[in-house]
Design a protein around this ligand. Structure first.
Ligand SMILES: Cc1cc2nc3c(=O)[nH]c(=O)nc-3n(C[C@H](O)[C@H](O)[C@H](O)COP(=O)(O)OP(=O)(O)OC[C@H]3O[C@@H](n4cnc5c(N)ncnc54)[C@H](O)[C@@H]3O)c2cc1C
Length: 545
């Protein structure tokens, strides 16, 4: 018999995920978990079964932009791929956005929704992108107090009915800059009939097929910078489906996220409505960014988990030098290192979801509110970097097959690579972290106190060394900041990334240790202890003096 190489296979992605299940057991009331578990099992079944098969079959399909019809009319129609069309329906029906807004489980609704998103994302080729913006738009409109826009859009954005479900775009980045949006050039003018009209070019607009978008433009006569911009609501198409004074110039030719129709747009009198006043657009769009950054972190851990699920399964199938890879100590040691990165990142991303949930139900005290402000950028930048590093190693764990397109494996690396770029690059978010700390002395204190309360219950002998690693890293970070502050702004700037990543990895380790202690005491499971010890030796303190 000739030798046949077996592809990796996936089982139920909820049932197989002991990290997710153990975490939910610790954080959710038992009754709630019993209630939501059938929907998680169903999403896990889809993600490892029908959706995964559909994803592999859809691999070479991409969205297609048709600018002109046969008779010379400009139509700018984007046809999505079959996987994405199915993903939209499944996302709506399973409440992947809605679960966070139905309020059924109070602040834990956000954890539930994040778990659904985590299971759904890796089998839908970054359909998480439009969902993240949809979720962020719903949150932004709700917090704007603009009742007519809330009534108009939020029921669609949070619908479970695919027939009425809307997604939203977020049009911020212009040619002049994605990080520096304060210099945006799009202008807004009232047309004399009570409608604002937008004129400008938007350089990166994913979800170009969405039914609405939130965007920034400068009302004519306003001053410069982010303060002079206003936040606008746009419905790109009229009731007959025609674009309203918008041209789709082209779709981007991208390294990854190739199912996402990321478009360049020209706005030439596009009708728009003010969301909240005629200024402070950058500040008013902040709720959207908090949500999309949370989604970025949840997506990062979900892609890491997918890579590991495939690599672990493959290790049991592939033989080399007489045994399966799973019997090779070095191969399994390599995967264990990746698993520890994933578990650490998982706890940070879901902790950010918990804080978001509590802020949405007004249950955060002042300290925790400041902590959330600090942790969202820290979490986004830390997990984004980890996702790329893990994906790269996952490819290698498949040997040559990991480099071959029709295995589907290379997509993991290409799609992960966007995570540190969009929604704020690593450097830009690191500077944000310094700004949060600079604006409010209590931010770093809230961070150190959160670490302290996570470590307090930990007394397992197997965790004491890791606990000391956390303490030393926090002390080093606090001292570095004191010294760097005295040495001026450029010293602070230059060290910002190392500082922010150190905060991220330190918080990850503290959360992992805390969970490991719980898991040993409540599940008689010492596996998380092994992971915490492993992670503690994987570079927590990255600050160089
Ligand atoms: C696939 C994809 C989809 C996207 N979809 C959207 C979308 O739907 N809507 C939208 O609005 N945008 C979208 N973007 C744009 C994205 O948010 C921006 O590309 C990103 O914010 C970076 O902005 P930029 O490209 O202008 O890079 P720049 O701001 O020019 O950054 C270039 C480099 O300089 C660094 N840098 C910048 N400022 C500083 C500083 N002060 N100190 C140190 N380093 C600095 C950055 O870290 C980066 O490494 C998308 C991008 C991609 C790749």
């Amino acid at each position: 018999m000739p030798f046949h190489q077996q592809p990796p296979a996936l089982g139920n992605q909820y049932e197989d995920d002991s990290v997710l299940r153990s975490y939910l057991k610790r954080t959710l009331p038992r009754e709630m978990l019993n209630e939501i578990e059938p929907s998680l099992i169903e999403m896990g079944r889809l993600a490892g079964g029908d959706l995964y098969r559909m994803q592999l079959a859809d691999r070479i399909n991409e969205p297609v932009l048709t600018q002109w019809d046969a008779w010379g009319e400009r139509i700018d129609h984007i046809e999505l791929t079959p996987l994405w069309r199915a993903a939209e329906r499944i996302a709506a029906e399973h409440g992947v956005v809605a679960a966070a807004y139905e309020g059924k489980y109070g602040s834990n609704s956000r954890t539930y929704q994040s778990a659904l998103a985590y299971l759904f994302t890796p089998s839908t080729d970054i359909y998480s992108c439009p969902l993240a913006m949809t979720d962020g738009a719903a949150r932004t409109l709700l917090s704007s107090g603009n009742q007519s826009l809330i009534d108009r859009a939020v029921p669609h954005l949070t619908s479970r009915d695919p027939g009425t479900f809307w997604t939203s775009g977020q049009w911020m980045t212009e040619l002049s800059g994605g990080s520096d949006v304060g210099i945006s050039e799009t202008v807004a003018r009232p047309d004399g009939e009570g409608v604002w009209r937008l004129y400008g070019r938007k350089w990166f607009t994913s979800a170009a097929t969405s039914q609405m978008a939130l965007t920034l433009a400068r009302p004519e006569g306003n001053g410069p910078g982010g303060r002079g911009l206003a936040l606008f609501y746009v419905e790109p198409r009229d009731d007959s489906g025609r674009l309203q004074k918008i041209k789709i110039d082209r779709l981007k030719d991208k390294l990854g996220t190739r199912k996402v129709p990321t478009a360049e747009l020209t706005l030439d009198g596009t009708p728009a409505q003010l969301v909240k006043g005629t200024t402070d657009g950058v500040r008013n769009i902040a709720p959207l960014l908090n949500i999309t950054r949370l989604w970025n972190g949840i997506s990062a851990v979900s892609l890491m988990r997918r890579g590991l699920a495939l690599a672990l399964d493959y290790a049991n199938r592939r033989t080399a030098f007489g045994t399966t890879l799973s019997a090779k100590p070095l191969h399994m040691d390599t995967l264990a290192g990746l698993q520890s990165e994933f578990e650490a990142a998982f706890h940070l991303a879901f902790f950010a979801a918990e804080l978001t949930g509590r802020s949405e139900t007004m249950e955060l005290n002042e300290d925790r509110t400041i902590l959330q402000r600090l942790l969202i950028p820290v979490m986004k930048l830390t997990t984004g970097k980890q996702a790329v590093a893990v994906a790269s190693e996952v490819l290698e764990a498949f040997g040559g097959a990991g480099f071959i397109e029709d295995t589907g494996i290379p997509t993991l690396l290409r799609d992960s690579q966007v995570l540190p770029i969009w929604e704020g690059t690593t450097n830009v978010l690191s500077l944000d972290v310094l700004k949060v700390i600079g604006r409010d002395d209590r931010a770093l204190l809230a961070f150190t106190e959160a670490i302290h309360s996570l470590l307090e219950p930990v007394n397992s002998p197997g965790l004491l060394e890791a606990k000391a690693t956390v303490r030393a890293a926090v002390e080093h970070a606090v001292n570095w900041l004191k010294i760097a502050k005295g040495e001026g702004e450029s010293r602070m700037d230059a060290g910002a990334r190392r500082f922010a990543l150190t905060l991220g990895r330190t918080m990850e380790l503290a959360l992992l240790i805390n969970h490991a202690q719980w898991s040993q005491a409540n599940e008689a499971d010492t596996r998380a202890i092994v992971m915490a010890r492993r992670f503690a030796n994987s570079g927590i303190d990255l600050i160089t003096d």
